[in-house]
Design a protein. Structure first.
Ligand SMILES: C[S@@+](CC[C@H](N)C(=O)[O-])C[C@H]1O[C@@H](n2cnc3c(N)ncnc32)[C@H](O)[C@@H]1O
Length: 289
């Protein structure tokens, strides 16, 4: 996740400094999509034994358990220049532009956005899968912050409320199978509700490899002890397809940029439920909800 975490401001793809994913991730991908693996890695032999290894998803959330404290420090000391100069304001304005009364911040982290919304008299509820981050958000003044993993939200194991005017996810959708989570969020929106996602800009983050797949964030530009995190890169069409499959239609797309940077700092997607648009959702997609 080079732009949001490891760099002051996103530069050109050549300088974003990706490191290759671990071998075990290649093995995982092979098991999920053997045909593609043969194309990309012709020397990798088919896996026949059923090897038990942690999924990138579980490693991803586990990395937040490890990185929670340095992350809180990084956010609260303004270490990430692109956030200070561009992306914090971008998502805040996108949310305020919808004039919501109740907002759910999905993957809220230490809660900066909850506090920014509360200061503007918006009822803000947070949810995150890391206990340290949830506790930090509560301690900083946000009383309604739930502890739940995305898997638990998909399975509706934790009640995080419903009838939200808006659900936002700021650099918080880092895993591969986002469609079930987005569909679960769709069900929590009030009529007329919207989903606002800010994420890495696919063009900026691609670093010359523009195809969906797991990558690795090493947090190399950060002070302190960080654990590498797998994250899932997705192309623009992959994002739009995921929204579509989860019952959303794109209402707006922004590419927040800083005048001194030649590349966008993020991709910002605003989506509405199909039923809001007055257009009936195609039959084939209804199963995703
Ligand atoms: C890059 S941080 C962003 C936090 C916050 N949205 C912000 O803007 O600072 C990603 C957040 O997603 C959360 N997260 C990642 N995977 C998760 C999962 N599977 N379940 C719940 N939370 C998850 C992490 O705990 C972390 O707080």
């Amino acid at each position: 996740m080079p732009n949001d975490c490891a760099q002051p401001l996103a530069r050109s793809p050549r300088t974003t400094g990706f490191t290759p994913v671990f071998d075990w991730m290649q093995v995982k991908r092979h098991r999920q999509d053997p045909f593609r693996q043969y194309l990309s890695y012709p020397s990798l032999q088919p896996i026949t034994a059923d090897i038990e290894m942690p999924s990138p998803e579980s490693t991803l959330l586990q990395s937040w358990h490890h990185n929670a404290k340095p992350w809180i420090e990084a956010i609260r000391t303004g270490t990430i220049e692109s956030r200070l100069k561009v992306t914090d304001q971008a998502i805040l304005l996108a949310i305020l532009g919808r004039q919501p009364e109740r907002v759910l911040d999905l993957g809220c982290g230490e809660g900066w956005l909850l506090r920014a919304l509360a200061e503007r008299a918006i009822e803000a509820v947070g949810v995150d899968g890391d206990a340290t981050l949830v506790e930090a958000a509560r301690a900083a003044g946000s009383s309604r912050v739930h502890l739940a993993s995305y898997d638990e939200l998909v399975e509706a194991k934790v009640d995080i409320g419903s009838d939200y005017d808006l659900i936002c996810a700021n650099f918080a959708l880092l895993h591969q199978d986002i469609i079930p989570l987005l569909a679960a969020m769709n069900a929590l929106l009030a009529p007329g509700g919207a989903l606002v996602i800010q994420t890495l800009h696919p063009w900026t983050a691609a670093a010359g490899d523009y195809q969906d797949g797991w990558r690795e964030e090493t947090f190399a530009g950060f002070k302190g002890q960080w654990q590498s995190m797998p994250w899932y890169f997705r192309t623009l069409s992959s994002w739009l397809n995921a929204l579509d499959m989860a019952g959303f239609r794109l209402a707006a797309l922004q590419e927040p940029q800083h005048p001194q940077s030649p590349v966008p700092q993020s991709l910002l997607l605003v989506a509405e439920r199909w039923d809001v648009s007055g257009i009936e959702q195609p039959q084939a997609r209804r199963g995703a909800q």
